[in-house]
Structure formats: C-alpha cells, structure tokens
Unconditional design. Sequence first.
Length: 438
Amino acid sequence: MYHSQIELTQNPLEKIWVPWMSSRLRRRRGLPQFTNSPTMIVMVGLPARGKTYISKKLTRYLNWIGVPTRVFNVGQYRRDAVRTYKSFEFFCPDNEEAMKIRKACALAALKDVFCYFTQDHGQVAVFDATNTTRERREVILTFAKENGYKVFFVESLCDDPEIIAENIKQVKLSSPDYVNCDKEEAVTDFLKRIDCYKLTYVPLDDDKDRNLSYIKIFNVGSRYLVNQVQDHIQSRIVYYLMNIHVTPRTIYLCRHGESELNLLGRIGGDSGLSARGIKFAAALGTYIRGQCILDLKIWTSHMRRTIQTAEAIGVPYEQWKALNEIDAGVCEEMTYEEIQDHFPEEFALRDQDKYRYRYPKGESYEDLVQRLEPVIMELERQENVLVICHQAVMRCLLAYFLDKTSGGEKVLGGTDGADDQCGDVDPGGRGGAKATEY
C-alpha cells in the first residue's frame, strides 16, 4: 500500500534542483549529478580579455529566459578585503601575503555560490575571475563535485594588441583600482599586472582537459572551440556566446503609431493606423532619415500597424512573425472593461501575476519571452537596427536590454496604454545597457 506520510526530499512545485540538507548522501565525497543540478560557469583568461563583459551579458540573458543566475566577481571580493590598491605587485606570484588574500577571496566567493544554490534556489552561478592556474581550477572542480554541481568553463583568449588596448581604455581605466590615477600610469600598471598573470597562466588544454566542458573564445569571437557540452543549459550558453559581439551600435525600439483599435481602447486585433498614428509614422520617418544611420536595418511584425509605420520611413524593411503582439486569445479586440465583465476571474488572475498570466487560448508574457529569443539572438549579431513593434513585445525587449527579470514590474508589469513610444538602446555597455525615450 502507498504511504502518503513518506517525507519528500524535493519540492515538487519547483522546477529546479533542491539539495538534500539532511541526507546521508551529504556525507559522501560527491553528490549524484542530476540533469537539472546547478551549473557553475567558470571564466578563464588573462585580464582585459572581456571576461566580466561576457559574465554580465550571459547573466542578463539567462535571467531573461527564466534561469535564475548571479555573477560572483572575485575581483570585487578582493577590493572589499583590500580597501586600497597600490600597484601590480599585489598580483606577483611570489607575493605570498597577497596570494593568501586572493585565495581567501576565491574561497569566500565559492561559499557564497553554495549559499546561492542552497538558500536562494539559484540555477546558474557565474564565477568571474581569471582562474588561470590548474590549481585554482582544480579547487573549483573539487568544490563542484562535492556539492553535485556541473561546471562549464568559458575561456577568453586574445592576442590582438588593439583589442586588448581598447578593452583597457574602455573598462579598466574606470575600475575602482585606478580612481584618481593618471591614465598613462594606470595603463602601465595594468599591463604589468597582465604580465604577472602570464607567469602562471596555463590555458585549458585540448588533450589534458578533454573530459571537461568548455568553450574557448578566440579574439572576441573570430573563432570558437566547444568541448563536451553536457546539457540544455550549456548548449544555450554556447549558442548565446557565439552570437554576441562588441561592435558599437544602436538598437532603436519603437512602438507602432496609434491604431484604430487603440483609439477604441481595444486590445490586439490587426487594424491599421489612425489619423494620429499616420502623423506619428511620418514624424518617425523624418527623424530616422535625419539621423543618417549607417546601414540601418528596419524590422516589423506581420501586423498592419507596424508595417504601415515602417512604410512611412521609405526604406526597405523586414517582417518578423516573432515580433507580433502578444496573443490575447478569446479576449482579442475587447476592451479591458469588457474583459472584466465577461471574464471576471481571468481579469483578477491577470492582475495577480501579469507576467505568467496566459489569456485563454492565448499567450502570457512568459510565452512571449520564449517567442522573442530568436529575435534577441539576431539583434545581438546585428549592428544598427530599428525594431517597430508592439507594447508587450517592446516591454520584453526592454526587459532584456535593461536587465529586468519577471519581477521587473516597471517594464513587464506596467500600465496598459496606447501612447506612442520610441527609444534607443545601447546594447553593449560592457554588460549593461542604456535607453533613451523620445
């Protein structure tokens, strides 16, 4: 007979791995590794190779698609432990006192990774550090094995002096280590810091490390080498990393001009532009032509209101079905008042969780994010792009570029309105993004 009193060791409501806190297996050297066990992404590479940039971009992407992810930057642990940075000599391999501090910082970060996975139910931790020695990587692998975590290494290799110099100029000179420091002195000191790391740097070896899971990125994406991808999450990480680039560009996000159904306060549908919407489209065309943007690409949805908005610009454009507005199902072309009258329970459910609420026979914002993932991938590959889209679609795209998760109420759970909106996003931002609204 089935006994309902058996104590469960996992939370059946969570689609994430939950560790056994009191199991006998905790006493063994290593926990069994499950398909959905947490993953540590371990950065590898010399300073000024874009590791932190990659860490932030990857974390933003994984959080956006619904995978709880956090960065653990060991450099910040070091700055917290040593309040005043003096010179590159701190990173010399023969500086025993500094080596003890650096090791303690790495162990403190690993301890926080453990807390993140066990207490905060995280799924992915990005361990952002140089991790240039075999000894350090072995410490991480042992830690992961003892706790049942998967490990995926991301090694960034770069021997192009121009790329390295540009990275130092754009990022490292603004580091807290060089506040109020002369630029030339800062560059000289940082180059000597890199030389210190080179003395002990052992890259991942294609033969010795053939059993490890990793991707090697050469010269900011000119070439890739992928080895032993273990699961779906790692395959998505590889897919994403092979699409991003660091070329400066601007992505314009614009809502279509006011539609005839907007004017009536009705959601969805496929109506054309209202008189005011036509004026907006003309104004948008004037603005875009005045910007003289090099090689600008214009994307629209398959819906009339975005296509008519693009037509006014007078240049070729591409249509993406993935950019169509969220499907309101049985509520299409209804006002919110009509939805409240006809489907009061649905209306209340939507108010409770706008991100996960799915219209009957329609979509949720969560569904929309999954639909838009190919668009994000292609945007990451492109240079200057104008995306003419819809309110819900624009919210999801902004949530990605502004690093907002499903809890980002101001982006994904804002008020429902029909105002025209246009803004530009700097998608690089060394891991961040900035947006301007017009």
